[in-house]
Design a binder for this molecule. Structure first.
Ligand code: 4NP
Length: 153
């Protein structure tokens, strides 16, 4: 889960996705990062922590880090929040296979529309709640898709 600062949107996406995976019994590694290092080492924005807590999701232990080229090898899917994140992440890809791992997270619920998860950094609490809801809808579908694709043993 990738955004610009890794303090508002992607920490929530990470927390929500982890919770949904747990709920549905999907074992998966999930992490988040920012395309910038502006907030490296910081906890998520207080407002993201609050909206998470309101919905039973604790993201307080997360720390901001920058997305690196190594993340392409470490993860099968890379979900970005907006088109700027997309361009910044794609610029670090070395192969078409790596590029194909990257998608806008809202394309999960609005296929092909390239919608943006709005940056709530300069908004009030309503912005964070709005972001929470759209991430929740997307994460629910991603988890179900992954479960459907899981090889049966
Ligand atoms: P995020 O939000 O990308 O959702 O973490 C932002 C946080 C900080 C800044 C921009 C966006 N900033 O410019 O410091």
């Amino acid at each position: 889960m990738v955004c610009l600062g890794n303090i508002c949107r992607s920490p929530l996406a990470e927390g929500i996705f982890r919770e949904k995976a747990k709920e549905h019994g999907l074992k998966v590694k999930v992490d988040s990062a920012g395309t910038s290092a502006y907030h490296e080492g910081e906890r998520p924005d207080r407002r993201s922590q609050q909206v998470g807590r309101k919905h039973g999701i604790d993201i307080s232990q997360q720390r901001s880090r920058r997305f690196t080229k190594e993340d392409f090898a470490a993860f099968d899917r890379i979900y970005v929040m907006d088109i700027h994140n997309y361009e910044d992440v794609i610029a670090l890809a070395s192969t078409p296979e790596e590029e194909q791992k990257v998608d806008l997270i809202l394309n999960i619920i609005h296929p092909g529309e390239n919608r943006t998860v709005p940056d709530p950094y300069y908004d009030g609490h309503d912005g964070f709640e709005h972001v929470f809801k759209m991430l929740e809808d997307s994460c629910e579908i991603i988890v179900k898709e992954m479960l459907a694709q899981k090889p049966k043993n």
